[in-house]
Design a protein around this ligand. Structure first.
Ligand code: SAH
Ligand code: SF4
Length: 342
């Protein structure tokens, strides 16, 4: 069975043409897929026999709302979506001044095993298909009668560990007719798969690359992220420098602050030294305390102090606004039913 929703428009047309399906029918099918339908029976202007023929050869993978939580504080919406094989993923919809932004999952779970992350605790069940990533946006748009204007690949999973599918999804995302979100409105967050960052660099895309750094050196990074065994901070930052230079795009470094681990003044000084001269921006995140993990959130004063040091060294830095604090709107926490300590 072919995943018809993961085909680009031209591929879809070519594929249907091979089956002698007339071009006007192919257009109708594409238009239904753009509307987010998940069965051929819903394609009302197609003859029954064509619907049946298509259903024998193609599948339309997508997501369905399993649970939905709306934050009373700021209107953030968190979804648990179910997939056709019964697996469950998360996605969060956030309202900003400039419009709606959605955080998408790219895998069911994650194999990277970061010690502070709820998603990483259960390993990776499977990669998401391009169609399943797209469907998260379509379903959220329909459910709220809105248009999503930007997306971040910061939900469950490591996007660069599902490289081919994520890239295909990005192609589908920017196609006209469908969700139609351009690369400049996309952020891709990675724990730092250096080989893939280099591959991505070759494509020279206009998306924002976010790198989850969380430490200024290997000794500390190793306590938090097993990926640090594979690539050193030095190798990762060298790749980031190259990436920023080639694409002229500012790298966004994510730095989650955990009490007594990576939040000292010395860490801030070392980080500033490491990032000196790079086209980048640091996003400080109050670390979320997750059940089963030893890491605890840093105090607000530690965060402030860290920010001030980076600032004084000329490193652009902001503290991330916490949205949906009452609904566990952080990576992997909802699915596991953890209660965040605030
Ligand atoms: N795998 C990718 C993208 C998904 S995780 C990555 O690691 O970048 C999205 C972001 O949430 C990452 O920056 C990750 O480090 C962060 N994150 C995960 N668990 C967290 C926690 N308990 N507290 C704060 N940030 C966390
Ligand atoms: Fe995976 Fe990102 Fe969680 Fe690490 S932080 S386990 S890379 S999802």
């Amino acid at each position: 069975m072919i995943d018809i929703k993961s085909l680009e428009k031209e591929e879809l047309q070519a594929q249907l043409q091979k089956q002698n399906i007339p071009a006007f029918r192919a257009k109708q099918i594409a238009s239904w897929l753009d509307k987010g339908v998940l069965s051929f029976g819903e394609m009302k202007n197609l003859p029954k026999d064509l619907q049946e023929t298509l259903a024998k050869q193609y599948v339309i993978p997508g997501v369905a709302i399993e649970k939905k939580y709306v934050s009373k504080i700021d209107g953030t919406v968190k979804y648990l979506f179910s997939l056709s094989d019964g697996e469950v993923i998360e996605s969060v919809l956030m309202k900003y001044k400039h419009g709606w932004s959605q955080c998408l999952s790219t895998q069911v779970g994650c194999r990277m095993g970061c010690t502070f992350c709820a998603t990483g605790m259960e390993g990776c069940k499977r990669d998401l298909l391009p169609s399943e990533m797209l469907s998260q946006i379509e379903v959220a748009q329909k459910d709220n009668d809105i248009r999503v204007s930007s997306i971040v690949l910061m939900g469950m999973g490591e996007p660069l560990d599902n490289y081919e599918n994520v890239l295909r999804f990005l192609e589908l995302l920017s196609e006209e007719g469908g969700v139609h979100i351009g690369m400049r409105h996309v952020s891709l967050s990675t724990c730092g798969l250096v080989d893939k960052i280099k591959e991505l660099q070759q494509l020279n895309l206009q998306l924002t690359l976010s790198v989850s750094l969380h430490a200024p050196n290997d000794a500390i990074r190793l306590q938090l992220m097993p990926i640090a065994k594979k690539w050193s901070v030095e190798e990762l930052l060298a790749a980031c420098r190259e990436y920023a230079k080639t694409t002229s795009r500012r790298i966004s470094f994510e730095y989650a602050m955990f009490d007594g681990i990576n939040d000292s003044k010395e860490c801030a000084m070392e980080l500033a030294e490491q990032l000196k001269g790079m086209l980048c921006h640091v996003n400080l995140i109050p670390g979320n305390t997750v059940a089963g993990s030893r890491t605890k959130r840093s105090s607000a004063s530690r965060l402030k102090e860290f920010q001030t040091i980076l600032d004084s060294k000329g490193i652009p830095v902001t503290v991330r606004r916490t949205l949906g604090a009452d609904i566990n709107a952080s990576c992997g926490q909802l699915r596991r039913g953890d209660r965040e300590e605030i």
